[in-house]
Design a protein around this ligand. Structure first.
Ligand code: ADP
Ligand code: ZN
Ligand code: ZN
Length: 746
């Protein structure tokens, strides 16, 4: 038999099939999906490869070599998925397969390979199990020997050190007993279990309210009837979505099926996992996220493979967990941008989940308080069934939100970062021993320019996206179409000279808070302070338990946490996310403000949120104040329609990087001509190649092409063909990659 294999190398030219002979001794073990080692080219070491097909004969009959070794088996479904992803996300099949292998088993660095962890367990030999040591002492004279045997009779399978500890006998005695045939030592695999120290009290199903009941039953029907259907569970934070997930999973387990729950990495907190453990116990649950050690991930993966885990909870890549017989896939906070991978393979976990749900004929449930505009649009179009939860399940009220106009503050002579209202509310909170969160809405590193007098920002005339300031050229540029303008010194709108570059930091804010409230205890959470294994969690726990008055942070503080004592949330300048050079700026602003607002007063009724902004009339901010998703959606979807942004088209980004400027320009022009010619009939708009916003990193030039259109099968084929032609040119310096609907346009 012949195996068709793909070599695990990232070279684009090796993204093709090679034939190998399957030796007789492993003939029955090799399947589509096997990870094998093969001799390849002139290298001395064996190469890792994956079997993607099996056939009787090869055209290269006499020249082909043998597979050297079988390492691990995937399923043919996984291989199909990898092949599909390779086309869809323009990457090598081997890159996709890697996502599906047991973590920590890369063959290249053998010495770093994660081993199964084992311990030695001591057992009585079979034929002496029946001996009653009190009566029949047999040949055993020594008291110590007797003690050990007696102990083992009651505690079979314990470790040598346990025997030492409980019987006061040394290891040598155990060894003698083994030598004389009374005991045997068996090596047993144990699991490094990230949940090992968890002791959570069991909880029971709550009685669902009417809206929950309706949603629950709809989804349950799809589970029972084995049909793929997609649902959007849309309900404010606290409306009882998680309770529905738990009860659905309960049903799925009753039907002897399994479940995958995806959660944004940052929301995958101990509290969140506890809720699942409390309902289902820890044995059935496998948790996968990047904070686990590789050994833990290795073992969790095996726990799934061996069918011990029935529920997988994890971040994006947990969608590739080797779980069988799936009855439901749940994606919580589906609007979160972390579901789209930004590194190769640049897959979208929502799309992959859709494909896996279809294959398993099970429902896919997307949950959010602020659904992704695309998802909501699809629900409006009838492609996704919309299920609404309009009330908070535990009857707690939404917080009271006020918008503060920072232009007005400035006009009144307040030059500090804290408006007068925010200042007095913090003061009051400190007096009442309540906690405050100050949120700096900052993302990425783009700096934009804004008039502090009237809130005007300079936007591109073609794209309606904020222009980014390029310090070195002293110019403002549009990152989409390349339009550029000279820097402005006075505001084109109100002619004031209060033009400012934005990008305020948390450190500066903390200093300012200390200056104004010298006795306040503060803690800071941002990229700089969060880096160690658990430090994100540490900071939040400190804030919760150690009498800290004010938490100052970025993005990270807004998700999935529950602070009963927080009654005030201040958003320092809502504008930062409004002015990112991204067509999703309004959407991101609305999402983040709605989420932050949800942090205040979740239990008591006196939650207060202050949103400081230079754009008090912006509709995203106004809608967030009212927590009105619907109004936001209606306004934003019209803008998208007019300007032709997703969901009305896909945005395809072709990135080039190269050490050679001439080669990169030539190549990007070649790609441009090819695509412009071929994508015309697909009604695509291909923009001319131009340098990327960050046009040089580590001496490598960066260029890009932006394409707008609807990503059809045909268009995908054309793009893949174009890439193939480019790879066949054997370019010396230039690499090309494609990203569909990227999160980040830099
Ligand atoms: P979400 O996932 O939408 O944020 P949760 O499921 O976490 O909402 O519910 C919020 C709170 O309300 C939780 O404390 C939960 O235990 C409680 N809750 C949910 N459903 C019910 C219900 N049917 N009856 C009573 N309390 C509920
Ligand atoms: Zn102005
Ligand atoms: Zn533009």
């Amino acid at each position: 038999m012949i195996a068709e294999v793909i070599i695990n190398r990232s070279s684009k030219k090796l993204n093709r099939i090679f034939d190998y002979n399957i030796p007789n001794d492993i003939k029955d073990l090799i399947v589509i999906g096997s990870k094998v080692l093969v001799p390849f080219g002139n290298t001395k070491t064996l190469e890792e490869a994956y079997v993607v097909g099996i056939k009787e004969n090869s055209d290269y009959k006499d020249k082909i070599k043998d597979i050297a070794k079988l390492e691990e088996n995937l399923t043919d479904k996984q291989i199909d998925l990898a092949k599909w992803m390779s086309k869809r996300y323009f990457c090598n099949v081997s890159d996709c397969i890697k996502l599906m292998l047991t973590p920590g088993t890369r063959t290249k660095n053998k010495e770093n390979r994660i081993q199964d962890k084992t311990i030695n367990c001591v057992y009585l030999k079979k034929d002496i199990e029946e001996i009653n040591f009190d009566i029949d002492i047999g040949k055993i004279k020594s008291e110590k020997h007797k003690r050990v045997l007696k102990f083992l009779k009651e505690n079979e399978g314990c470790t040598i050190s346990e025997i030492e500890g409980f019987t006061d006998c040394s290891r040598a005695i155990v060894n003698t007993l083994v030598k004389n045939g009374y005991l045997e030592i068996i090596e047993k695999k144990i699991q490094r279990n990230p949940l090992i120290n968890k002791n959570v009290e069991k909880t029971e199903n709550l009685k669902l309210n009417e809206e929950q009941e309706i949603a629950f039953n709809k989804i349950l029907n799809s589970i029972k009837e084995n049909i793929y259907r997609e649902y959007l569970l849309y309900g404010v934070t606290g409306s009882g979505k998680t309770e529905i997930y738990l009860q659905l999973i309960n049903k799925v387990l009753e039907l002897k099926k399994t479940a995958i729950v995806l959660v944004p990495e940052i929301s995958l907190t101990p509290q969140m996992i506890d809720r699942f453990i409390a309902r289902f116990g820890k044995e059935k649950i496998a948790v996968l996220h990047s904070k686990l050690s590789i050994g833990e991930r290795h073992d969790e993966w095996n726990k799934i493979k061996e069918n011990k885990a029935k529920i997988v909870i994890g971040a994006r890549s947990a969608i590739f967990a080797p779980i069988q017989n799936i009855g439901i896939i749940i994606i919580d906070e589906e609007h979160d941008s972390s579901y789209k991978s930004e590194s190769n393979p640049k897959y979208d976990a929502k799309e992959v989940a859709r494909k896996i749900s279809k294959e398993n004929m099970c429902p896919l449930v997307l949950g959010s308080a602020t659904p992704d505009l695309n998802t909501y649009y699809n629900a409006q179009q009838g492609n996704i069934e919309l299920l609404k939860l309009t009330k908070r399940a535990n009857e707690s009220k939404l917080p009271d939100v006020s918008i503060i106009d920072l232009k007005q503050e400035l006009a009144n002579g307040n030059r500090s970062m804290l408006s007068n209202s925010l200042y007095s509310l913090i003061e009051k909170n400190l007096k009442n021993k309540k906690q405050t969160i100050l949120f700096l809405n900052r993302r990425g590193f783009s700096t934009f320019i804004m008039c502090r007098n009237c809130g005007y920002t300079v936007k591109c005339k073609n794209c309606n996206i904020s222009l980014t300031y390029h310090r070195f050229e002293n110019k403002l540029k549009c990152h989409y179409c390349g339009y550029e303008e000279n820097i402005v010194k006075t505001c084109p709108e109100c002619h004031s000279d209060k033009i400012r570059y934005f990008g305020t930091g948390t450190q500066k804010l903390e200093e300012e808070v200390h200056k104004q409230f010298p006795n306040a205890k503060t803690i800071r959470m941002d990229i700089d302070t969060v880096s160690k294994k658990n430090s994100h969690e540490d900071i939040l726990n400190k804030f919760k338990n150690e009498g800290i008055d004010i938490l100052i942070g970025t993005q990270m503080i807004v998700k999935g946490h529950h602070f009963p004592n927080v009654t005030l949330v201040g958003v320092m300048a809502a504008d930062s996310s409004l002015n990112i050079d991204d067509y999703r700026a309004n959407e991101r602003t609305f999402q983040i403000l709605t989420q932050v607002a949800g942090r205040a007063g979740r239990e008591s009724s006196d939650g207060k949120v202050i949103i400081q902004t230079y754009n008090p009339d912006n509709f995203a901010i106004k809608c967030a104040k009212k927590q009105d998703y619907n109004l936001f959606y209606q306004t934003e979807i019209e803008l998208r329609r007019q300007l032709k942004y997703p969901p009305f088209c896909d945005i395809i980004l072709i990135n080039f990087n190269s050490l050679n400027e001439k080669e990169i320009i030539d190549t990007s022009n070649l790609v441009y001509e090819y695509l412009n010619e071929n994508l015309k009939k697909e009604k695509f708009r291909v923009f001319k190649p131009m340098p990327s916003p960050i046009d040089k990193i580590q001496n490598k030039f960066r260029w890009r092409i932006i394409i707008k259109g609807n990503m059809t099968e045909e268009a995908n084929e054309i793009l893949n063909n174009c890439l193939k032609e480019i790879y066949n040119k054997n370019l010396k310096y230039t690499r090309v990659s494609v990203d569909v609907n990227p999160n980040n346009m830099m």
